[in-house]
Design a protein around this ligand. Structure first.
Ligand code: HEM
Length: 135
């Protein structure tokens, strides 16, 4: 079985930069079109161009590809950049559900989809903790 965490295996499995751009576009399309996610959609700017690019750049490095975020935007600490937002379990799960719906639109293997979603729960939970600490 592929060891997704190793080297660029996960980056390759998303289809490199083009695959990642499609995933993130689908992710924000899901967030914008399903009223269930309006609470987290409204946390974002109206124009999602920069939000999309930042998520693509971050995930590129996070998945073992080029560290585009550092190159383009500088350093980032994921929990801290969200700490001003009201992210509790409900909002965390909305984000993860958007990602799950976006993953379902991709031609990835089921085991990779499950792997990626499971991995994303880690930063999502750290974000919730950082946000709740600010209260
Ligand atoms: C837990 C639920 C989450 C919510 C509700 C959420 C929401 C947001 C919002 C509202 C922004 C600001 C967008 C903007 O102003 O352009 C943002 C930025 C960002 N988010 Fe999240 N996010 C979540 C989880 C995650 C996760 C799990 C990751 C990475 C794996 C992530 C990566 C990013 C990045 C890279 C940025 C850009 C930060 C910057 O401005 O430099 N987010 N997020």
């Amino acid at each position: 079985m592929t060891q997704y965490g190793e080297g660029s295996a996960s980056y390759d499995a998303v289809g490199g930069l083009l695959g990642l751009q499609k995933l993130v576009k689908d992710f924000y399309d899901v967030m914008s079109s399903n009223p269930d996610y309006v609470v987290i959609r409204d946390m974002h700017p109206k124009d999602l161009t920069v939000s999309e690019d930042k998520l693509v750049c971050f995930l590129s490095g996070w998945l073992g590809g080029e560290r585009l975020f550092a190159k383009k935007y500088g350093g980032i600490r994921i929990p801290q950049v969200h700490a001003h937002l009201m992210i509790h379990e409900k909002e965390r799960d909305m984000w993860l559900n958007c990602m799950q719906e976006a993953l379902e639109k991709q031609a990835y293997s089921d085991d990779f989809k499950l792997y990626l979603l499971t991995q994303l729960k880690v930063p999502a939970e750290r974000i919730r903790i950082a946000c709740e600490r600010q209260l």
